[in-house]
Design a protein around this ligand. Structure first.
Ligand code: IMP
Length: 178
């Protein structure tokens, strides 16, 4: 079993690069079929999505475009004290078929807010593709149409996902050791 240390925690390898590649291929095949004849805009949510977007796009055979947004939190006058904002959406998404590409859906709050914000720009359709989904953690109802892996409620790193800034470069995925 392969164990690594990042900051103060130990992590154990849980999903290999080969398994990730196979599941991404499966997701891409579904998108190729569902969007045949269309030209979807893949909207990657930085930072965690970069490896997933890259490998997903390499498996898409339909015409497609890509762009990236960032979801920022800042202290504000919201009831929670935090206001979330979508930054960096340069092009108009009105009338477009948009596929949001996310690394992981945990509570679902980020995607819920993202869908709400993007819907205001009147896209033709909006769907979510997430590499990982933690069903047990969902706190709001979000439809993740394309998810490569449903995983238990455990913190993971690798393949774009970080633990306090580190671990994004790992080609495999690791679970935090309890
Ligand atoms: P949500 O709004 O709770 O769904 O949070 C989604 C974001 O939390 C992701 O885009 C990640 O940045 C971060 N996140 C949630 N779970 C993990 C994890 O297990 N490892 C690394 N980042 C995570």
């Amino acid at each position: 079993m392969s164990t690594i240390r990042i900051h103060d925690r130990e992590f154990v390898k849980s999903i290999s690069r080969e398994e990730i590649a196979a599941e991404i291929k499966r997701v891409a095949e579904r998108i190729n079929k569902d969007y045949a004849g269309k030209r979807p805009l893949l909207l990657g949510v930085l930072n965690g999505c970069f490896m997933f977007v890259s490998d997903l796009m390499k498996n898409l055979e339909i015409e497609c475009e890509v762009s990236f947004v960032k979801f920022s939190s800042y202290q504000g006058a919201d009831t929670t004290g935090t206001v979330k904002q979508v930054l960096g959406l340069a092009e108009s998404i009105a009338g477009r078929d948009v596929i949001i590409v996310e690394d992981i859906v945990d509570t679902g709050l980020t995607m819920h807010k993202m869908l709400e914000t993007l819907a205001e720009s009147k896209p033709a359709s909006l769907a979510i593709a997430s590499l990982f989904l933690k069903p047990a953690r969902l706190r709001v109802d979000v439809d993740v149409k394309y998810s490569a892996f449903e995983i238990p409620d455990r913190f993971i790193v690798g393949y774009g996902l970080d633990y306090d800034g580190l671990g994004r470069n790992l080609p495999d995925v690791y679970d935090v050791k309890e």
